[in-house]
Design a protein around this ligand. Structure first.
Ligand code: BG6
Length: 503
């Protein structure tokens, strides 16, 4: 089958609030270079950076020139001709996001660029989200016409908890319609996350088994080897739960657990995702205490390098009770998932960088292979490898060659890299393209954001009230209490593929 060709995005001015920040340099601009090279963005793409740092277009262009993406690492794009083309269409305005003057300049710039269409990308601190939307609306920058769209893309974190997320949604939706709001969760830009839907709904042999009849439990892991490093200020008021669970891990959970949408239309998919997130059981404080574990890394070594304890990280309180690791057992109250626990875990400075979903099937009900009873045969597993080694693998049993009837587990393994060239994608290409063409499938709707926060709120409340995270050693798989969480159910975490962490 030939790949489906997509047309280039329409002309658009991308107004980038927070243009001098890390996200612009590391991911957004590399993604637009890739889009230019692939013919997905043409001359009509104009970029206007807005930031509080002094400078002009030449300063921003120079800063982007000097940024050399690490070879083979994230953002490793080939700059070449595509960068030359894109570079000439980048400009910058310095200004205070809360002052009207800068919005008048933006309006003039957009009028001058004559693309008509504009997308405002908020890669700024969350405290500015509401103010920027208000100012854009006050200055009539969000008024659409039949020939010119106006859209807003908002980075995470969207709120700090359920009440703040609700308040932010209400504030934004007073000024623009939901169809203009693109709430980013960069996990949805990952090929393998998008592939979950294809793996399920394009394969009879997968989707037919996708219920509590056949599935014993699901494990969703986002293990990281990075430490908190220079992000102490942000991280200490956030923690692993807020940083990773209601957003990234719940995107994976929603893809795995949603019902088949009746079309691949954005609203049909977002309806199903919203429904399943709302079906996550909201725990009582006692249930939350039994179903959640938090950890913080102690001082130690990771791959031979000394790692200071989390509480010694600059800008982290010495007596901080913020978690850098979290493991949860969640239940989804639907016919399909009744009785199937979803175990989620994520943490910093763990033994390996590995994001994956493990579907653990039930053991066969009966089998007699020589003297091997059914109970001792390992159950099938389907593993969706999100990163770093994108792919799909399956543990099945086969007969060991020989005279005796002996079943042995083997692994069927598919690696994306063996078949496709995805190494140079930074993960924001599809998100930006969809923002420009107006496809909201890969963006979070207000109801899904609020459902995610509602599900984790009992843990936030419980942990804010008392207690401290359990300590774990750098390079480990988290605190012992996380193993106990599964051991109480007679289960174990999936072993993580050992991996040499990035320096
Ligand atoms: C971000 C979190 O949203 O996602 C980080 O704030 C985390 O703490 C990152 O490291 C993980 O994303 P990825 O794509 O590197 O797995």
């Amino acid at each position: 089958m030939n790949p489906v060709q997509v047309p280039p995005a329409p002309p658009v001015t991308l107004v980038l609030f927070g243009a001098s920040g890390d996200l612009t340099r590391r991911l957004l601009v590399p993604a637009m270079i890739n889009m230019t090279r692939l013919g997905l963005a043409k001359d009509g793409l104009r970029i206007l950076g807005v930031g509080i740092e002094p400078g002009d277009g030449a300063t921003l262009r120079k800063a982007l020139d000097d940024f050399t993406p690490e070879a083979g690492g994230e953002g490793a794009v080939e700059k070449g001709e595509a960068w030359k083309q894109l570079r000439s269409r980048i400009d910058y305005i310095q200004g205070d996001f809360t002052a009207d003057a800068v919005y008048r300049q933006i309006a003039e710039w957009i009028a001058h660029a004559s693309t008509g269409n504009a997308a405002f990308y908020l890669a700024v601190q969350p405290r500015f989200f509401g103010d920027i939307v208000d100012k854009l609306a006050d200055n009539k920058l969000l008024d659409e016409t039949p020939t010119a769209f106006r859209r807003i893309a908002i980075e995470k974190p969207f709120g700090q908890d359920l009440p703040s997320a609700r308040a932010l949604n209400a504030r934004i939706l007073k000024r623009v319609s939901e169809s203009q709001v693109y709430r980013i969760d960069h996990f949805l830009g990952k090929e393998t996350v998008q592939n979950i839907m294809t793996a399920r709904f394009a394969n009879m042999m997968i989707e037919r088994l996708w219920t509590n009849d056949c599935i014993d439990h699901v494990q969703i892991t986002a293990a990281e080897t990075v430490d908190v490093g220079t992000r102490g200020k942000f991280y200490d008021s956030t923690g692993a739960l807020r940083d990773m669970v209601p957003n990234h891990l719940f995107q994976l959970l929603a893809m795995v657990a949603m019902e088949p949408p009746n079309s691949f239309d954005a609203e049909a998919i977002r309806d199903e995702k919203g429904k399943v997130l709302r079906a996550i059981r909201t725990y009582s404080p006692e249930e939350a205490a039994r179903s959640g574990v938090r950890g913080a890394y102690a001082a130690g070594k990771l791959d031979g390098t000394a790692v200071p304890a989390y509480t010694e990280v600059p800008n982290v309180a010495g007596d901080s009770s913020t978690e850098t690791y979290v493991a949860l057992k969640l239940l989804i109250d639907t016919w399909r998932w009744a009785g199937v626990p979803f175990y989620l875990r994520t943490g910093k400075v763990m033994a390996a960088r590995n994001t994956e979903v493990v579907i653990a099937f039930k053991p066969v009900p009966f089998a007699q292979f020589g003297k091997t009873p059914a109970g001792s045969l390992p159950a099938n597993r389907l593993i969706i490898h999100i990163q770093p080694d994108e792919g799909l693998s399956m543990d099945i049993l086969i007969k060991r060659p020989g005279l005796a009837v002996d079943a042995v587990p083997v692994n069927l393994d598919f690696h994306y890299a063996d078949r496709f060239d995805i190494a140079h994608q930074v993960g924001y290409e599809s998100l930006l393209y969809d923002l420009f063409i107006g496809d909201q499938t890969l963006f979070q709707r207000a109801d899904a954001i609020e459902a995610g926060w509602a599900a984790v709120q009992p843990f936030l409340d419980l942990w804010a009230a008392s207690g401290k995270p359990d300590l774990y050693a750098p390079g480990s798989l988290g605190p012992d209490s996380a193993d106990e969480l599964l051991a109480r159910d007679g289960r174990v975490w999936h072993e993580l593929a050992a991996q040499v962490p990035k320096p």
